[in-house]
Design a protein around this ligand. Structure first.
Ligand code: CA
Ligand code: CA
Length: 446
């Protein structure tokens, strides 16, 4: 319904007047001339609009927009992507266009790599690992020794293949109409500034070698190592119009060992280790458990972890949408659907803990019949959630009041800041579920 006119206003908003100097430096493909004669950057060269969330702060987020023609790459294989990324110490602006779906679990010649390929020669087998660390015989201490060393060695081989290290001043963007994305990979933005990730589908990020941690929770857990996109000490990052999904292998299909789910997935988009100034916009998060961590521990960092999350769809998400710690986090105009999807049964949407200062306003929740608004939040009693205008099945609802009425560890209602970087904020969430269904995720931009 609102999609066509909305897309028009979006592109108008993104229109950039390009100076003669920049025009001269740009390649022919970098600039579009509209019927009216105005110049507009194409989706590869677009930069974060002014005031569009925390990533617009200070120097803003331009990614690889200033790339010269020698640093504009089109990649369709893992090896090509690795070459285009170059070294993380090389901060030359670059634009990497991803054409089609790159399978991260492939070797340099494009041959498919399996878990067995990574394990070969390490001595690791799941059977031997299970035998070595069965709590009935090994007890509740952390795994160590031959099989744990072998698991770590096999995991390191997979990591070397599927983790892609993104340098500063990079735009990595899907080519429209090609089902662009990365399957089975982990994009790592670590200790660098100014990165744009757009129009990509991140699917099937799986760890072949989950680690048993008998001390995680009361019954132990299997933990995996890879987020589809992981920000660690990263600044000025714009994640825009991407799709994140576990598909095609869902948690409900996972096996159980030691009475716990053999979890091969970690986060979808985790923002940790002092990352700061991030805008997460018009993405779709679906079919996932631990979706977005902001801050990896209660002592991650202070004065950082400032994140804006707006106009995203969260559907079939179990938890952490997001889990917020410490930072100043703005959530506006998101659409949540808490209907169970292919076994992904939502526990809560937003967790505010470790003194997180969350403003959540004008978001829309769709709840199945019988579900309670009191279960949309979570907290440890130190986090805050301010903001109004949130709708639950179309009705204005005070989420914090509903939560606090049912829980002893109360969520605080005042925060220590006022959001000002709020481009596109809509003061009614009423139409968001329908509108965002067609304006978010990979494949929408052209
Ligand atoms: Ca865990
Ligand atoms: Ca993670």
């Amino acid at each position: 319904m609102a999609s066509a006119s909305h897309r028009r206003s979006l592109s108008k908003r993104r229109a950039v007047v390009v100076s003669a100097a920049v025009l001269a430096a740009a390649t022919g493909a970098g600039v579009l001339v509209t019927n009216a004669g105005a110049t507009t950057a194409d989706l590869y060269h677009q930069t974060l609009p002014a005031k569009d969330g925390w990533a617009a702060s200070g120097s803003g987020t331009t990614g690889g927009a200033k790339a010269d023609s020698a640093h504009i790459f089109t990649v369709s294989t893992r090896a090509q992507l690795v070459r285009a990324l170059g070294s993380v110490s090389d901060t030359t602006p670059r634009i990497i266009k991803v054409k089609g779906t790159i399978d991260a679990n492939t070797d340099d010649s494009g041959k498919k790599l399996t878990c067995a390929d990574y394990a070969a020669g390490t001595g690791y087998t799941l059977d031997a690992y299970l035998k070595a660390y069965d709590p009935a015989t090994w007890g509740k201490k952390a795994p160590s020794g031959t099989q744990e060393n072998a698991r770590a060695a096999a995991q390191a081989r997979q990591a070397k293949t599927i983790v892609f290290k993104v340098p500063a001043n990079t735009t990595i963007v899907g080519v429209p109409g090609t089902n662009a994305g990365i399957k089975g990979g982990s994009l790592q933005v670590k200790g660098v500034d100014n990165v744009i990730v757009r129009n990509l589908t991140f699917s099937a990020t799986e760890d072949c070698f989950p680690q048993w941690d008998p001390t995680d929770g009361s019954a132990g857990e299997w933990n995996s190592a890879y987020d589809s996109v992981t920000l660690r000490g990263a600044t000025h990052v714009w994640a825009d119009h991407n799709t994140f999904t576990d598909a095609p292998f869902f948690d409900s299909q996972e096996k159980t060992y030691f009475g716990r789910k053999y979890q091969v997935h970690d986060g979808a988009l985790d923002i940790t280790n002092g990352s700061d100034l991030v805008t997460v916009e018009r993405n779709q998060f679906t079919h996932h458990d631990k979706t977005m961590l902001i801050g990896s521990s209660d002592t991650d960092s202070t004065g950082k972890l400032r994140v804006t999350i707006h106009h995203n769809v969260w559907k079939g998400i179990v938890q952490r949408a997001p889990l917020a710690r410490l930072g100043q986090i703005h959530l506006y105009n998101n659409a949540y659907d808490t209907t169970t999807l292919n076994g992904y049964a939502p526990k809560y949407s937003i967790d505010s803990r470790a003194k997180a200062q969350v403003v959540a306003e004008h978001n829309a929740w769709t709840l199945p019949s019988g579900a309670k608004a009191a279960k949309l939040l979570s907290g440890d009693g130190t986090g805050a959630v301010a903001g109004t205008g949130n709708l639950v099945n179309g009705t204005r609802t005070d989420l914090v009041a509903a939560y606090n009425a049912a829980n002893s560890k109360k969520i605080k209602t005042t925060v220590n800041w006022t959001p000002t970087l709020t481009a596109g904020l809509q003061t009614s969430a009423k139409n968001l579920p329908a509108e965002l269904a067609t304006t978010t995720g990979a494949g929408v931009l052209s």
